[in-house]
Design a binder for this molecule. Sequence first.
Ligand code: 8X3
Length: 250
Amino acid sequence: MIALITGASAGIGKACAYKFSENGYDLIVTGRRESKLKELQSELEAKFKNKIKILAFDIQEESQVKAAFTNLSAEWMNIDVLVNNAGLALGREGIDMGSMEDYNTMIDTNIKGLLYVSKAVIPNMKTRKAGHIINLSSTAAKEVYPGGGVYCATKHAVDALTKGMRIDLLSYGIKVSSISPGMVDTEFSKVRFKGNETLAAEVYKGFTPLYAEDVAEVISYVASLPKHVNVNDLVLTCTAQANSFFTHKE
Ligand code: 8X3
């Protein structure tokens, strides 16, 4: 079985790479940082003896995504599970204060990047009348919070795309799920606050957040269900978080 994981060089993507390897999958791992992916490839192949294929591209660039899949052998195109994980948040400014560059990066990665990869993978799934697409959404797809308008908009779009895919791929027996985690302690906040470690650390202070491995465990469970069972959307928070607004901090 083959799983393709986007944004696999860190965080939830990397944890999924470990979990799916442990479950016996061969993997296609994608990301921008080829050296990071090579490290991951060596670690996984040594530990799990599975096959790891690297596709290094900038998911914001449609031509790069297309080229990567054009060069992929027929054997590797038989993807059973696509984990659309690559995504990011940038900034917490009010809607008029944030930079348009940040907004474009979020839209191009979280929405358009997900579409580029999905469009490359779906035709083969349709031919085989099998496959599972798991989109990483967020609690930000369920509520909009101050200073998160564009990030929340991209995750609302991921929810809409998940629903749309499920309808359009229904007659092909392709499963489509979304996983919507709340706060997960990864590089997410460091990226959002552009390397400001103090601001990033503040996000996860005073409570036990989710870790990347927790989310990977849930994704692996969703991927493991029988062919006739599909999780449409699964909202996942740490125990201390109720939703985007309420987190119990000590
Ligand atoms: C990430 C969760 O709380 O930053 O998708 O919106 S949050």
